[in-house]
Ligand binder design. Sequence first.
Ligand code: RIB
Length: 302
Amino acid sequence: MHAKVVVVGSLNMDLVARAERLPRGGETLAGDSFFTVPGGKGANQAVAAARLGASVAMVGNVGDDAYGQQLRQALESENIDCQAVGVCAGVSSGVALIVVDAASQNAIVIIPGGNGLLTPESVQRFDALLQNAEVIICQLEVPPATVAWTLARGRELGKTVILNPAPATDPLPRAWFAHIDYLIPNESEAEALTGLPVNDIDSARCAAERLREWGAGKVIVTLGAEGALFVSEHGSRHFPATKVKPLDTTAAGDTFVGGFAAGLACGLEEGEAIVRGQRAAAISVTRAGAQPSIPFLKELAP
Ligand code: RIB
């Protein structure tokens, strides 16, 4: 079976502490609970795409440690093709230190480990996966040269190319935009990419239009509780969010991206694919952790 969705990105073990509030600089804070779960933006998006209807392959790296074995097993248990998940000798797996507060906000520090060693050559070795894909997804937790190569190769092959520019702190190289069919930033990422303030639907539209002027095909700005704004050559459309009581927003964006990609790969039109991603993300925020929070297609309201 060919994977319709190929994710080129990160795998992290998430070390999650819950506390009443996030600690201030220099402060030691007693928390409420601790758990360890598989995460990483790339792996989360792969799991979301698989649970939400697509056949999926992952391209990435883990270290030669116990976390690496667990991260790979977590994907294999979802029937995700892991032939392109490499093991880097003498390097740790990616790790994310996450604190979640009582208001469900989080703060995350990532240590790239093996993710930082994913080279363009290591993706090129699995070019057959890209050739057989319909949708290719990248994020920014692996080296920029690898993201750049993958976007360009995806465009060359005529695939649907999605970039979730997360985490983003700076503008992207302008040359990348022409290779992107769907650019999916959240508010702070849209702000970092454009330098424009993004805090509501109108400002999200301005930022999305700027990103389209620079060459991105279509832009979806995810706005948390305010839903998502889709901007294309035909104008903009706001998709309101389902109202839920959030417990943990970790991986909500990943769930949206994976669900949207799965929807496209399953032949949905893009508005329907956005709704699939949104419904899945709304469920994910009511559950703790990254991959354990991602729902299956049968859990989504029809
Ligand atoms: O998007 C959520 C993810 O960000 C977490 O799973 C963590 O690993 C970090 O990469």
